[in-house]
Design a binder for this molecule. Structure first.
Ligand code: NDP
Length: 274
């Protein structure tokens, strides 16, 4: 019997814990599958995806920096992937490619269900305007925050997202040195990939207070630079993105296998033994 094949494609990808998470989900739900780590450079992306499809692969997670590029390769887009303009989950069925985006629902499940945050009426700041931000802005705006500001190194990318999401709710853009700080933020999300260079995005200290939850989409066995920075500057809470990682993976697993795993034991195991 051949085992269904899945994987994660990224560049870099060695840090990804997705293979471990999907193995734990498979054990927990009694599913037989194989999940590979696939390091693919941007210029090889299309070829690698087509080859995975040709050789019988069933599904892929797509990570940094390919989430936008893969958008144009899919035959069918879910509504949330279409709204985001970015794809993190591919399914291969009947010779066609289906694209979805589970980042937003993954983050919301962690913030609202696991961490118990109240997002309605909140003042939210997102640092970064890449593929991950595209996936989370729509779902965050659905929670009816008071304001959602996107700050990015390249201002044009943040502006593009504001244009894309303006009809979904109160969203604005700025560069890091122009983050509005008249009122502190209830939630500051680091969605940059600055961790790969060991950096913290340069944003004003006044953006956080003892009421602020700082959430780093990046994760590590030790506190990330952003989490350390937030702790040192008096944030109420500073959390790494392990919960989002496990929740978005659970949503992908559900899309592929039709079974929803219990995320709690996997989150507990992965964040201490990854
Ligand atoms: P992209 O490559 O699409 O975007 C990267 C973003 O980071 C851009 O906004 C870029 O700015 C910014 N950036 C990169 N380096 C720096 C730096 N040194 N200083 C300031 N800004 C910088 O990546 P993704 O959006 O896909 O992912 C972002 C991060 O989120 C990654 O670390 C990824 O691992 C993590 N992630 C975690 C998930 C989870 O489940 N926990 C899910 C999805 C992502 P510019 O536009 O100027 O280049």
């Amino acid at each position: 019997m051949t085992v269904d094949r899945y994987g994660v494609m990224g560049y870099p990808v060695a840090h990804s814990r997705s293979p471990v998470i999907h193995r734990l989900f498979a054990q927990q739900t009694g599913q037989e599958l194989q999940y590979e780590l696939l390091r693919v450079a941007p210029e090889k992306l299309e070829e690698a995806i087509r080859q995975f499809q040709r050789t019988g692969g069933k599904g892929l997670n797509i990570t940094v920096p390919h989430k936008r590029a893969v958008f144009r390769l899919v035959d069918h887009l879910s509504e949330r992937a279409s709204t985001a303009g970015a794809v993190n989950t591919l399914s291969f069925r009947d010779n066609e490619i289906y694209g979805d985006n589970t980042d937003g629902i993954g983050l919301l499940r962690d913030l609202v269900v696991n961490l118990g945050l109240q997002l309605e009426g909140a003042n939210i700041l997102i640092l970064g305007a890449g593929g991950a931000t595209r996936g989370i802005v729509g779902p965050l705006l659905e929670m009816q925050p008071r304001n959602l500001c996107i700050a990015n190194r390249t201002l044009q990318r943040a502006d593009d997202l504001v244009e894309r999401f303006a009809s979904h709710g109160p969203v604005s853009a700025c560069s890091f040195d122009a983050v509005p700080v008249a009122e502190p933020y209830g939630l500051v999300i680091n969605a940059t990939s600055a961790i790969h260079g060991g950096e913290v995005p340069p944003y004003p200290e006044a953006a956080i207070s003892s009421q602020t939850t700082c959430y780093d989409l990046s994760y590590s066995l030790h506190p990330t630079p952003f989490v350390q920075w937030a702790q040192e500057h008096g944030a109420a809470r500073a959390v790494m993105g392990w919960g989002m990682l496990v929740e978005q993976a659970a949503e992908s697993f559900h899309i592929w296998r039709g079974v929803r795993p219990d995320t709690k034991p996997v989150l507990k195991q992965i964040s201490i033994t990854a």
